[in-house]
Design a protein around this ligand. Structure first.
Ligand SMILES: [Zn+2]
Ligand SMILES: [Zn+2]
Length: 382
């Protein structure tokens, strides 16, 4: 009934009046939109959240894959066959299919095959691997830079702890092995003698060498070594060599239990890191979903309140038998007669006159958005 009536009225309205009414609608909706000044800042923060989400997800994937490969390496190491160096090792290998154990653990003492290397600094110190390193130590954060490194090797084998057993296992490509820790046999430090020119030029470049660090490390004859790799009988020679793809070649002066523990612990660190970053990614995602849900709920609520307000306005106009066209855009939305003269805070709506505000039931709520009114500021039109 009303819509047709109002349509008929608005049809008879002058262009000037209609534009005034439109302005009134606009002013209300503008005020409503203005009540959400977080729009822009929320856009910026969501970009930051996306970056955090992407970075933490990527790091989780990387750390988890490292953890998986470490865990797999540790499991394979745990399942590797323990072989002792004794007289019947050759017989065991010749009966094995392919004369080969794909992943075996052996422990023994370093024995020379033909030649040995002598330490260049220590008398009567013989070995099979010798690594010489020159490092430059800097004054700046006491960093070290390797300026020269050379590793010498001679063929060597692992023999039994029992001297009566002559069986030995030849170690192939020892430098390919992980965890190869050598014994430091010599260490010296040569401080740089600073000329004034050097001092000034290095001061300007920010790099001040403190001195040269000279280091000799060796794998010595008689050292106890654990080797993990492929054990193969080649003609009459037992060889320990890098295993097939996916298996890790180990050569270390530590025992097998220590090596295994170290690998398992290294895996744990990566697992913890992947859990931490995974948790960060999940939290960020949940936070973003929650924010999105809250935004949807708020905008739905705003729309509903606005519709209810319009309905209420129409009802009021019917009750007071006022034509929509006769209501000024600046009229109080409650009495529809007096001028709006107050600003309600915190919502910011300018929609009512003083007497109507006084007549509002306690606790006083904004007639448009129904947010509780904390403060009222009078409006002075000039
Ligand atoms: Zn009023
Ligand atoms: Zn309000």
């Amino acid at each position: 009934m009303l819509p047709t009536q109002s349509k008929g009225q608005s049809g008879s309205k002058s262009g000037h009046e209609r534009s005034r009414e439109e302005r009134m609608e606009c002013s209300v909706s503008v005020v409503l939109n203005e009540s959400d000044p977080r729009m822009e800042s929320s856009g910026k923060s969501s970009v930051a959240e996306m970056v955090v989400l992407a970075t933490s997800s990527a790091l989780t994937a990387v750390f988890y894959s490292i953890y998986r490969s470490r865990a797999k390496a540790a499991t394979r190491l745990k399942e590797a066959k323990k072989v002792s160096i004794d007289q019947d090792l050759k017989a065991i290998l010749s009966e094995t299919p392919g004369r080969c154990i794909p992943y075996a653990v052996i422990e023994g003492l370093v024995r020379s095959v033909k030649d040995t290397l002598n330490s260049q600094f220590v008398d009567d110190c013989k070995g099979v691997i010798e690594r010489l390193t020159l490092k430059e130590e800097k004054m700046v954060n006491s960093t070290e830079k390797v300026i020269h490194q050379r590793t010498n090797t001679v063929p060597f084998a692992l023999g039994s702890y029992d001297e009566n057993i002559s069986t030995t296992v030849r170690v192939m490509r020892p430098l390919d092995a992980a965890e190869l820790d050598l014994e430091t046999t010599y260490e010296n430090f040569h401080p740089t003698n600073q000329s004034l020119f050097n001092f000034v030029s290095q001061f300007i470049s920010g790099e001040q060498p403190k001195g040269i660090h000279e280091l000799e490390e060796m794998l010595r004859l008689g050292d106890s070594v654990t080797g993990v790799g492929e054990l193969v009988l080649d003609n009459d020679l037992i060889k320990l060599q890098p295993p097939k793809q996916g298996f890790c070649y180990f050569l270390t002066r530590q025992n097998y239990e220590f090596l295994l523990r170290k690998q398992v612990n290294a895996g744990k660190v990566w697992r913890i890191l992947s859990y931490v970053f995974g948790l960060a990614a999940c939290t960020t995602l949940l936070y973003m979903l929650w924010k999105w849900y809250v935004r949807c709920r708020e905008s739905k609520k705003r729309r509903r309140v606005m519709e209810e307000f319009k309905e209420q306005q129409k009802r009021l106009m019917r009750e007071l038998q006022i034509e929509e066209s006769s209501v000024l855009p600046t009229s109080c939305v409650v009495c529809l007669s007096r001028e709006r003269s107050l600003v309600f805070l915190e919502c910011g709506h300018v929609c009512a006159c003083g007497p109507c505000h006084k007549a509002l039931p306690e606790p006083k709520k904004c007639p448009i958005c129904r947010v509780t009114i904390d403060r009222v500021v009078p409006l002075y039109n000039s």
